[in-house]
Design a protein around this ligand. Sequence first.
Ligand SMILES: [Zn+2]
Length: 279
Amino acid sequence: MPEGDTVRQVARRLHDALAGKVLTRSDFRVPRYATVDLTGRTVLDVTPRGKHLLTHVEGGLTLHTHLRMDGSWRVFAAGQRWSGGPAHQIRVILATADRTAVGYRLPVVELLRTADDERAVGHLGPDLLGPDWDAEQALANLRADPARPLGEALLDQRNLAGIGNVYKSELCFLLGVTPWLAVGELPADRAAKLPILAKKLLEANRDRPVRRTTGVRGQDLFVYGRAPRPCLRCGTSVRVADQGDGSRERPTYWCPACQRGPAPRPGRPAGGGPRRGRA
Ligand SMILES: [Zn+2]
């Protein structure tokens, strides 16, 4: 699932392919924009904001897309075979003389006036990888709802932007608390470390093809996806359970020995694998 660092890599690929070039083709395969044609306009830049992508086009237009769970943008050279999925999953095609960017399975495709960008992304908290990053503000946002489980608060992009489901589990592991611990009960020293650790994780991975959090050779992640294998640190069997508000349950991993705090009620389904939902 795309997290802030992945979205940044996608943005850079798109930017390198499109920015400063004239569009020779645009094809929107979403009913609302079926008749829109951006041919002849120059792409100004592709900018990531949290997990959102803003493609700015000459004439004051912004193409706002979001990858959510399984959307992707692929860039192909002229004549290259498109490999992002079957044709019916294509939502947008933007082509220049030598590159074609194809957006597959994009759940969010929205054209807006660039002056209205904030309408699309103004709700986001400080972006972990953005120029607006503000650790104190992010922490204050998280603490505004002290009863909320930490894992849920970390995924809420209004608090801080960029953390997805993988980093949620990894970050809680690194902080030594379970994702079900109420934000208000996070010890002060851990709370102070949280924004710094989160930023470090995303920054360390912003240019890597494979997400890594451990520094352990051959092991990319501490707990995410490891259940029921042993914890890398203590050997206890890693556990998995769903966390969410019912409509957006996500598989959540933790080590019951390394992490302090409440666990979900026993009897809950222990992770039926990743589910579709909103990112
Ligand atoms: Zn452990």
